[in-house]
Design a binder for this molecule. Sequence first.
Ligand code: TRP
Ligand code: SF4
Length: 433
Amino acid sequence: MKLDPWGSGALEDYERLFGEFGIQPFEPLLSRMPNPHRLMRRRIIFGHREYDVVLDAMKAGEPFGVMSGFMPSGRAHLGGKMVMEEVIWHQHMGAHAHVAIADIEAHVVRGIPWERCRQLGMEEYVLSMIALGLKPDAHIYFQSASESIKSLALELASKANLSELMAIYGFSGETSIAHMHAPLIQSADILSPQLTQPMPVVVPVGSDQDPHIRLTRDLADRMNMLSVFQDPNGGGVKVYLRDAPREMLEELTDELINRFGITSHEGHIDVQGDGVSAEQVLQEVQRAARTVERRHGGFGFIPPSSIYHKFMEGLTGGKMSSSKPESYIALTEPPEQAAKKVMRAKTGGRTSLKEQREMGGVPEQCVVYAMLLFHLIEDDEQLTEIYTQCRAGERMCGQCKQEAADAVYRFLKEHQEKREQARDMLDEYHILM
Ligand code: TRP
Ligand code: SF4
């Protein structure tokens, strides 16, 4: 199976991502979270990479970040709202929030004119995020306006080569150079929250974006001047110099000597911790290495973490697609029109009322139920009740759709009012454009 960040291949079999790509299941982390987000509780956020470090920082009151990007190539729909909510939730949990409007990507990959990128970025994304609760201390920027993103992308580009990008993205001899550069811009987006100081950063995305995450995690590591890793043969933690001045190892030794046993070699050191877990030693050495590295003008990046959410099926069944307006609901579309789409949506109901009463519906195959699950009902108990009633044949689709349609209507109406208020609040926000 191939994950394609620019295609719209729906992924049915999320479980396979665990074994095949090394995405970890999210579920075991839930018990460590004081008040998980609806999308987490409902297992819609199903996987992660190294989210533990973000959680640790969050719980310890240490700095951490959340970052995601939106391509301004069309209307923002309910799928995009999930990412927005995830960014906002982390910001409310104390994260430094960074939001990229990926206008370079939209322009060079999709051919969207700059002016249109600007308009879609503001109208479709920025206003809706503010309406959904993004606070003014967020860093919002258009890629094309950020010099730091462009120069970081160039640094990262010097650590990535053509064959690797071809293997990850399927680039060929026909791919334009600008298109090839787009993933490096995106990696710069993801690492940019750490330009001021190294910190754990979570990137909430759909699983189609995982190739970018893997590339960025690799690049983050390749950028670092010191390579820190656990000796696979049980010899403690090793630190190697990479293209860096020798004094760095001496400085690192000074940082660690009071706590650990250290043996120096030509070009590397070995660190041994007595009575401290291997994991703990590794973490402390990494932390010290980053401090030394920053002193020497390096970045000291922590590999970014990620969380992955499932995609909702299109309203009419099949994929949600921007070329099929019946299949999705945009955040800016007229509420009455959205309500009508819900009334026409695919359900998991039986062919007759009699059958529905006898056999019950199939909420697992019902897009109306998915709307409630993903978006429209916050209260878990209320949702469970709907589920149980549907299965038990106590719920009829006509009535159920009507309720969902009303809920969509109310949500959009309120959201759009908040968007108008957001327009008047824009000057409280830092928007680099
Ligand atoms: N490539 C993403 C998309 O197609 C958009 C994006 C740009 C992004 N920069 C990002 C996503 C940084 C996550 C993090 O939607
Ligand atoms: Fe879906 Fe509701 Fe019908 Fe059940 S009753 S299948 S949840 S529309």
